[in-house]
Design a protein around this ligand. Structure first.
Ligand SMILES: [Zn+2]
Ligand SMILES: [Zn+2]
Length: 175
């Protein structure tokens, strides 16, 4: 039977299926064979590539062994346990600039991956307002930047979802 991925509360199952490649590896951290290979950023003082399985990220052992983190979160009003879960026990995502993890309603948000063109076209007014506040932009710049957005281009739009009020939040950067 195929071993299923551990459950990460701050990413969707879809994103988990993207950030962990189906690839038989030997994990550097637990020294066990794994059917999945982590394919995201690792921030560590260790030199060189570290090959990791999902379980060593999930239980925090990789973060501990390599003094590593996978994400940053800049909202200091969050509980310490939430910050630890996001930074040390949640797979990261690739972005152009160093991206913080979105937070809302005193909790970290759930990451869905790159926004689709449809996600951006369908953005609600509260989502647009949040983006304008976060990036000090106005409605005109929303139209200017978001028109013609495609995932994988030189503009990154990263989709997060608040677990409490359902707001969709877009983090945003450029190559
Ligand atoms: Zn492992
Ligand atoms: Zn919220």
């Amino acid at each position: 039977m195929e071993k299923s991925l551990p459950k990460f509360i701050y990413i969707t199952d879809d994103y988990a299926g993207t950030v962990f490649l189906k690839n038989s590896i030997m994990c550097d951290c637990c020294q066990k064979e794994s059917p999945y290979q982590y394919n995201g950023p690792v921030y560590s003082v260790e030199e060189g590539e570290i090959t990791l399985c999902p379980w060593c990220i999930h239980d925090g052992s990789a973060a501990e062994k390599y003094a590593a983190s996978f994400n940053d979160i800049y909202d200091e009003s969050l509980e310490e346990a939430i910050i630890t879960t996001v930074c040390e026990q949640t797979p990261g995502y690739s972005s152009w600039q160093d991206q913080g993890w979105a937070a809302h309603c005193k909790d970290a948000c759930v990451y869905h991956g790159d926004a689709s063109a449809q996600d951006v076209a369908d953005a609600s007014e509260p989502t647009r307002q949040k983006w304008m506040r976060d990036y000090e932009q106005d409605a005109e710049s929303w139209d200017h930047f978001m028109k013609g957005y495609q995932p994988g281009g030189d503009q990154g739009v990263y989709k997060f979802h608040c677990r409490h009020c359902d707001l969709i939040i877009f983090n945003w950067d450029f190559s």
